[in-house]
Design a binder for this molecule. Structure first.
Ligand SMILES: Nc1nc2c(ncn2[C@@H]2O[C@H](COP(=O)(O)OP(=O)(O)O)[C@@H](O)[C@H]2O)c(=O)[nH]1
Ligand SMILES: [Mg+2]
Length: 253
């Protein structure tokens, strides 16, 4: 049993990927368990096998405790973590090939609070991999690419799990965006040339310094372009996943 945690900024396509990749894996004779960890999701594009909305009631926490939407989200995820053993037992008792965990819409709720680390620690037995979603519309601009690298590296350092950057929604952007993002992630020199040509002076200095600081971390994390709409790239994503998992197992030996 392997567990995939899908992270990314709000709207990057986590829930859609969870659904589509699970369908794809099932079409390849792999069994999956879909877990929704987003307490505030109104609609999700799949039928969750385990759904934390059945454990906690975000709306109720908001009204009974008189909290705003963000404070209520934090309170809700804390409540989930209070029942972590129950949740983990429920997930871990299933014997499936892949557990796919869809994380809260707001990245910071999961990535920058201790609750996220507790959840990734307890949920799943066996190999764990984190997917970090990149939106190519956003990342094709130099300073956004730098911001995204910064985010990816901080998530990598926070969770310390093997990670794949999934460049999602490739059906929705011109191919040259994808090529550009791949070129930047492979070569810091090419990124710096483009930063210098495109940014205002102050921004350029900042972007360059951040890029230089994080590029070596992020360039070691594979990037796989995919589309959750037409499933392009899923074969490659699965290939990378199995490679990372088997490398992890080699290390344990
Ligand atoms: N064209 C296209 N749209 C996508 C893709 N993946 C997600 N979307 C759209 O992006 C929006 C946000 O997706 P969602 O999965 O809800 O994002 P989440 O907040 O990260 O869970 C939705 O309108 C999706 O239909 C994709 O691969 N291609
Ligand atoms: Mg979602």
């Amino acid at each position: 049993m392997y567990t995939i945690f899908i992270t990314g900024t709000a709207g990057s396509g986590k829930s859609t990927l969870a659904s589509a990749f699970s369908d794809w894996l099932r079409s390849q004779e792999q069994s999956t368990l879909l877990v929704n960890l987003d307490p505030a999701a109104l609609e999700i594009p799949y039928e969750a096998d385990i759904d934390i909305r059945e454990m906690v009631d975000y709306e109720r926490i908001m009204t009974t405790r008189k909290l705003g939407p963000n404070a209520a989200l934090i309170a809700t995820i804390r409540e989930v973590v209070r029942h972590i053993e129950e949740l983990a037992d429920e997930v871990n008792s299933h014997n499936v090939d892949f557990v796919i965990v869809d994380t809260p819409g707001q990245l910071e709720l999961f990535a920058f609070r201790k609750e996220g680390r507790i959840l990734t620690k307890y949920i799943g037995v066996g190999g764990k991999v984190m997917f970090f979603l990149l939106d190519p519309m956003f990342c094709a601009v130099t300073r956004n690419f730098v911001a995204s690298m910064f985010l990816a590296s901080s998530i990598y350092l926070t969770f310390q799990l093997p990670m794949i950057q999934v460049l999602n929604k490739i059906d929705a952007v011109p191919r040259k965006y994808i090529d550009r993002i791949e070129r930047w992630s492979e070569s810091i020199d090419s990124l710096i040339v483009d930063i210098e040509n495109s940014s205002k002076r102050l921004l350029m200095h900042l972007s360059r310094e951040i890029a230089e600081a994080v590029h070596s971390i992020v360039s070691s994390i594979p990037i796989i372009p995919v589309s959750s709409i037409n499933m392009e790239g899923f074969q490659e994503l699965h290939g990378m996943l199995t490679r990372i998992i088997s490398e992890g197992e080699m290390e344990l030996r």
